[in-house]
Design a protein around this ligand. Structure first.
Ligand code: AMP
Ligand code: MG
Length: 397
């Protein structure tokens, strides 16, 4: 049995960033950039008016000036603005030759082609110089950037229509157990509905990866091996749940031992002690415990960081915050425990209440939880008012 931190380190040591792929930038939302993007042009590319108004010569001292033409956005007009003249101009239009400033329409008056300027004007007023937003040669987005809406807009702006990104890992998910039936069925005697495949596939998706549904697999060696092999073939990561306890039909770990290398098979954690981690070539295999809370909590602590690392993320762990316990908390000093809790901000503190009975089968203990209290081994029960570390897994109000 190994400590939680050691298990986390072993997983990450065997997790390599996936090879980058080239994708249309429109498909790159939530991907991590695997290349640096440079600007090959200035933005704006020409001196552009920042307002609607009149293009003028700033040094011009005439009180009334004559309109020589219109410069709208989208083309280049072929007149000159000279002292004694102005041109009507719209936001985003190129500054006509001869002009060096724009006066906002609010500070002007136009009558029969004669324009009065009611403001002092300096050269450059209301003109966005070329390269003001992005200069040619500048790094627009460094490698490692997470692509969000603003980043996609920038890629469009600089004309980078394809980018190198780290792909979403494919994650094959299966549930094991003779007792399991699909959620749409009425369980027969001794049967229960499969919860883990659905919670795990959703967690995979939230971690930015692509779930592949391998269905329910019976506790039969041949069937299990066929599906595990199929999963490892199609996916970068295999997630199974169930079949890793000490029972007779717990077949997953011996199978992984045969197919690849099992790096650990027991972790000193509650919930989730029988978590098993193996590699088969470059592929990762996590055999998660069957109890629904154990499966999701071990996903959170061990699988999610690996999925993030595969995608090129560098911040792999949830934020950790010190919280004050709202009530006494029972804790077994033998193991590191992750209790599901609701953390709220109160004055300058974060106050945590657990979600009630913390049984490994009680998925309701995860509903509404925005934190996992990390209760370290080597220490027994905690009293109300004591401070502990919490992994923040949701929004804190
Ligand atoms: P196991 O590790 O296979 O012995 O499973 C531990 C407990 O979790 C047993 O009570 C199983 O019935 C239950 N369990 C296993 N897999 C699932 C699943 N996919 N959905 C809901 N409960 C499960
Ligand atoms: Mg089982």
């Amino acid at each position: 049995m190994i400590p939680v931190e050691d298990a986390q380190q072993i997983v990450l040591a065997h997790t390599l960033v996936l090879p980058a792929v080239r994708v249309a930038f429109t498909e790159a939302l939530d991907r991590v950039l695997a290349q640096t993007v440079y600007a090959t042009e200035n933005i704006p590319p020409f001196p552009a008016s920042a307002v609607d108004g009149y293009a003028v010569v700033a040094a011009d001292i005439e009180a009334v000036r004559w309109l020589v033409g219109e410069q709208m956005a989208g083309y280049v007009a072929d007149f000159q603005v000279r002292p004694g003249t102005v041109a009507r101009i719209t936001t985003g239009a190129p500054l006509p030759s001869g002009a060096d400033a724009v006066v906002m329409v609010e500070f002007t008056e136009e009558r029969d082609g004669a324009v009065t300027i009611r403001r002092a004007v300096k050269a450059g007023d209301n003109v966005r110089p070329p390269g003001q937003d992005i200069a040619r040669g500048e790094v627009v987005l460094p490698a490692g950037t997470l692509l969000s809406p603003a980043e996609l807009g920038l890629l469009a702006t600089v004309g980078q229509t394809e980018v190198q990104v780290y792909p979403a890992p494919r994650v094959a998910v299966m549930s094991t157990g003779n007792e399991l039936v699909e959620s749409g069925y009425l369980p027969g005697p001794g049967q229960i509905r499969d919860a883990n495949r659905y919670s795990l596939m959703a967690a995979v998706r939230q971690a930015g990866a692509l779930p592949i549904d391998l269905g329910i697999v019976r506790d039969r060696p041949g069937e299990l091996e066929a599906q595990v092999r199929a999963g490892l073939e199609q996916a970068d990561v295999l997630l199974t749940s169930g079949g890793v306890s000490m029972g007779e039909l717990d077949l997953v770990k011996p199978l992984l031992e045969r197919l690849g290398t099992v790096h650990f098979g027991r972790v000193n954690t509650k919930p989730g002690k029988p978590l098993t981690f193996a590699t088969v070539g470059q592929k990762l295999a996590f055999a998660l415990p069957g109890f629904p809370v154990s499966a999701l909590v071990t996903f959170e602590i061990f699988v999610r960081p690996a999925l993030l690392k595969l995608q090129g993320h560098t911040r792999l762990m949830r934020p950790v915050r010190e919280v004050v316990l709202a009530h006494d908390v029972r804790h077994d000093p033998e193991r590191t425990e992750f209790q599901r809790a609701i953390v709220v901000r109160q004055d300058n503190d974060y106050v945590a209440s657990t979600t009630g009975f913390q049984g490994s089968g009680r998925l309701l203990s995860m509903v509404g939880a925005n934190a996992l209290l990390r209760l370290p081994s080597g220490q027994g029960n905690f009293a109300a008012g004591q401070r502990v570390q919490a992994l923040i897994i949701g929004e804190v109000e």
